[in-house]
Design a protein around this ligand. Structure first.
Ligand SMILES: NC(=O)c1ccc[n+]([C@@H]2O[C@H](COP(=O)([O-])OP(=O)(O)OC[C@H]3O[C@@H](n4cnc5c(N)ncnc54)[C@H](O)[C@@H]3O)[C@@H](O)[C@H]2O)c1
Ligand SMILES: [Zn+2]
Length: 366
């Protein structure tokens, strides 16, 4: 088992990464307030695969889990779900000290985190992430929230967990497409901070990620360490944290155009990374050939690399300028000068359009 500590303004929290259940013994005493009762929020799919295992483990640790489920997938991430869960918690006697545990992917984590941050003005939170994306990304950083009909993650809070426990054996049941999503974010860490991850991403087989359990758990540990390092230095997204957006400015635009269907977030980020590297090349910030190299790596993982046909540069620029992270008129794009070194470029819509057109032979599928 590997462990590190993330510092947050509300206190620091440990992150454990291990290859197999059980193992966690280091549970902070305050989580056993209210007679060990714990609210386990999960989704129907994860409950079907791993609910019995985690319940048994929590009971073994001295908890009394109350399991509350939500439907699987993004459709559960809405305000009504949060209200329903809070009311169910009341019915089950959850008090101020009763911890909430999110057991599932990023959707469950975001919902559980939001519930924990507002129930009785805030209760302790635990994350037990079960997707690769959640283990390498969403479980650390303290962002919570749900979607509105107008857009994703429009209401939410920053609420740090008391601890995060990533057990990579849960990933055995994850569909290959979901594993690839996590690998897309992992490749991002390779480009922005840890070049060794660029090759290591290729060693995790999407259809059987757990083929070599130690390799997988070391990989998850190194990925989430990158995220932890960045969010420790910039907890509330004031500056440095924007390097985590490499691939995401264009990626979010693509997701928006495609209505968040047909393409997964990780797939859109894969295309976004290639496009943002190609933009970097056109602007002379990134070395020639880096976009092609990324494209080959992503293809080997089985991720798409070209902006889907039917999306022209103008449509993409319009979609990008709707991104809520854009402040003022310039769009921030992260690209890479050498693997491990992110660079920030700021472009007006007009400059973005011009440079996308220059880069488009590389990135737009015709
Ligand atoms: N808070 C953050 O910092 C942050 C960061 C990145 C993403 N996110 C959010 O995370 C969400 C995406 O997360 P996700 O990709 O994990 O999606 P998800 O939670 O919807 O999980 C994807 C699918 O995999 C299933 N699943 C989960 N674990 C499984 C397992 N072990 N075996 C089999 N199936 C399993 C789920 O039921 C679901 O159907 C988005 O809503 C995104 O906004 C949040
Ligand atoms: Zn992402």
């Amino acid at each position: 088992m590997s462990r590190f500590v993330v510092s947050a303004s509300t206190g620091s929290y440990p992150v454990f990464v291990q290859s197999d259940v059980p193992g966690i013994k280091e549970i902070p005493e305050h989580l056993f307030a209210n007679d060990g009762r714990i609210i386990l929020i999960t989704d129907e799919r994860v409950a079907g695969f791993h609910g019995a295992t985690i319940e048994k483990h929590l009971v073994g640790l001295g908890f009394h889990p109350v399991v509350l489920t939500v439907p699987a997938g993004e459709r559960a991430k809405k305000p009504n779900t949060v209200i329903r869960l809070c009311r169910e918690m009341l019915q089950h006697g959850a008090q101020r000290g009763t911890p909430v545990c999110g057991f599932g992917g990023g959707v469950v984590g975001d919902i559980a985190g939001f519930v924990a941050s507002i129930y009785m003005r805030g209760v302790p939170l635990l994350h037990i992430p079960t997707t690769l994306l959640a283990q390498v990304d969403s479980s650390v950083g303290g962002k919570t929230g749900v979607d509105l009909p107008e857009g994703k993650n429009l209401i939410g809070t920053f609420w740090a967990p008391s601890f995060v426990w990533s057990c990579t054996s849960f990933l055995s049941s994850l569909p290959a497409r979901r594993v690839r999503e996590g690998l897309s974010e992992a490749l991002k860490y390779g480009y922005i901070a840890r070049p060794d991850l660029l090759d290591r991403c290729l060693q995790i087989p999407p259809r059987s990620p757990n083929e070599d359990p130690d390799r997988l758990s070391n990989f998850v540990f190194d990925c989430i360490s990158v995220k932890a390092d960045v969010v420790t230095k910039d907890e509330h997204e004031k500056g440095l944290r924007e390097i985590l957006n490499f691939g995401h400015t264009i990626g979010h635009g693509i997701e928006r155009i495609m209505g968040y269907r047909k393409i997964t977030h990780g797939e859109a980020v894969a295309i976004g990374m290639v496009a943002e590297l190609a933009l970097g090349e056109v602007l002379g910030v990134s070395p020639k050939g880096i976009a092609q190299d990324a494209s080959e790596r992503l293809s080997r993982i089985g991720l798409p690399t070209m902006i889907p046909s039917g999306i022209d540069a103008q449509t993409l620029v319009e979609a990008v300028s709707h991104d809520k992270k854009n402040v003022g008129k310039k769009r921030t794009i992260i690209t890479i000068s050498t693997p491990g070194t992110p660079e920030r470029i700021q472009l007006t819509d007009r400059e973005l359009l011009k440079n996308l057109n220059l880069a488009q032979c590389a990135v737009i599928n015709r």
